[in-house]
Design a protein around this ligand. Structure first.
Ligand SMILES: *Cc1c(COP(=O)(O)O)cnc(C)c1O
Length: 492
């Protein structure tokens, strides 16, 4: 029998409502064996819906196939390379998932008495200790639900500290290369944000910092390595300038891959640091899933950390709510505990030696790629990078091909697009972070695609401009869904 080749994967998938067929069900109930009662005997008439709910009528296999097909139209770190700068899309080992799904954890309830939750409290406490070791900070809270939430928590702590000192400082200084959440968190906390321009090497301009850091300044908010992938080599002097002026130093450690096992922000003089478990510590993110942005503080700021504090006491763990200077809770219960279990598993399975290798290989991989690409693209800042580097597509722009076009073309080659147009101080920025989990073969394949794109831009730029061609959707309107969301299904 001849079988014709058919295309299995559709480029489009109908809505689940569109595959609905009247009366089709995913289950059948046995005949009722108790006397039937009208629904109005349970729910008052006025609370019953007037129109029947519009629900898809589908079988189980319809549901399974629909959502499996949808999932295959997506892109993920489990299928391909994901060099999204500043986001650290590293591979998340599956053992993390197994731990998080252990019944002893999944069946816990946050209102359960502390005596019955000793295991998870010990895990959370131990995780805090490891993060302290890695970062050099004096104490941690795991409560913040994301990096930006960690920043806000940090800002609240800075405010509480200043108030306790009787100070009314109202300004936070932030370098112009910072992640957008930095100024947003400071402003949300009522601070005035002063942006300082980076110097020609892409680092904090010491002179500008000295001039700007006055008695009105509560803190400097710095990212190290910064978003250009460069290490702030003057960090000791930078912290001294802030401290000498009576201020604090907040460090954005969302992407701390490069420092793991190499250097510790606490030793550099940083007063508050946030870490993103969902970037550096291998808990999955993307698609709006939960995050976790623990913050570490120096000794003098410990008293302001959110409550409850998890503390060891006579071979057990207790929750201490009695912290008079605490800024209070920042999250219901203890934050996103599932992410903490994953991060803890990751850290234990790597061990101290493995953690040091993360830093080494993250930096090695980024420099390997940077070196392969530097002949074909402009790399405006830095010769040696840390965990990521930023290309400028301004040379390509002259041929009418933008950073966006390059990112889109990469999708056709099976790679996720790097971060583009960030940091803002690089024209036509393409920010690449390979992470330590990728093999040399993968890095070579990516470099080959990037070099081919550069060559095509020289010879036939139109080939790059109208891409991607192989993805289910080519170029959606990037703001329409946010500006005019249409979340209703109406029967045609
Ligand atoms: C991701 C990131 C943040 C924000 O973290 P979220 O968890 O997305 O809120 C802050 N700063 C830097 C440098 C980041 O990369």
């Amino acid at each position: 029998m001849m079988i014709k080749e058919t295309k299995i994967m559709n480029k489009t998938e109908p809505l689940i409502f569109e595959i609905s067929s009247p009366g089709r069900r995913g289950f059948t109930l046995p005949a009722c064996d108790v006397p039937e009662k009208s629904i109005t005997s349970f729910i008052p008439q006025n609370m019953l819906r007037k129109l029947e709910a519009i629900l898809p009528e589908v079988s189980e296999i319809d549901v399974v196939r629909h959502f499996t097909r949808l999932s295959q139209m997506n892109y993920c770190v489990d299928t391909n390379f994901y060099p999204l700068g500043s986001c650290t899309m590293k591979y998340n080992p599956k053992v993390n998932e197994e731990s998080a799904r252990l019944e002893g954890f999944t069946n816990l309830h946050p209102y359960q008495p502390v005596e019955q939750c000793q295991g998870i409290l010990k895990l959370l406490y131990n995780l805090e200790q490891i993060l302290k070791d890695i970062s050099g900070m004096s104490a941690f809270t795991l409560q913040p639900a994301a990096g930006a939430h960690g920043e806000l928590t940090g800002m609240l702590i800075i405010r509480a500290y200043m108030e306790k000192q009787g100070e009314t400082r109202h300004k936070i200084i932030i370098p112009d290369s910072a992640h957008g959440t930095n100024p947003a968190s400071a402003a949300l906390c009522g601070y005035e944000v002063e942006s300082i321009q980076s110097n020609a090497s892409g680092l904090v301009d010491i002179k500008k910092l000295k001039d700007s850091f006055t008695r009105d300044t509560a803190a400097l908010m710095i990212t190290n390595p910064n978003t250009l992938g460069l290490f702030e080599k003057d960090i000791l002097q930078i912290c001294k300038i802030a401290h000498d002026a009576g201020g604090l130093v907040y460090c954005d450690g969302a992407n701390i891959n490069a420092l793991l096992g190499m250097a510790r922000p606490g030793d550099m003089g940083v007063d508050i640091l946030h870490l993103n478990l969902h970037k550096t510590f291998s808990t999955p993110h993307g698609g709006g899933g939960p995050g976790a942005g623990p913050i570490g503080v120096s000794e003098k700021l410990k008293q302001f950390l959110p409550v409850p504090r998890i503390e060891p006491k006579d071979n057990t763990y207790v929750l201490n709510h009695n912290c008079p200077n605490s800024i209070g809770r920042v999250r219901a219960f203890y934050g996103h505990v599932g992410m903490m279990i994953r991060a803890y598993t990751y850290l234990l399975s790597l061990g101290k030696e493995g953690i040091c290798k993360v830093g080494e290989f993250a930096v090695l991989n980024a420099n390997y790629l940077r070196h392969k690409l530097e002949k074909y693209y402009d790399i405006p800042y830095g010769k040696i990078c840390m965990h990521e580097f930023v290309i400028s597509a301004k040379r390509q722009k002259k041929k009418d091909v933008s950073a966006l076009d390059i990112a889109k073309k990469l999708l056709d080659y099976g790679f996720y697009a790097p971060t583009i147009y960030f940091p803002l101080i690089v024209e036509e920025a393409v920010m690449i972070e390979p992470t330590e989990t990728e093999s040399r073969e993968t890095l070579d394949a990516f470099a080959t695609a990037m070099i081919k794109i550069a060559a095509d831009i020289e010879q036939q730029p139109e080939v790059i401009q109208k891409t991607p061609k192989t993805t289910p959707i080519s170029r959606p309107d990037e703001v329409k869904a946010a500006r005019e969301p249409n979340l209703r299904w109406e029967k045609a």
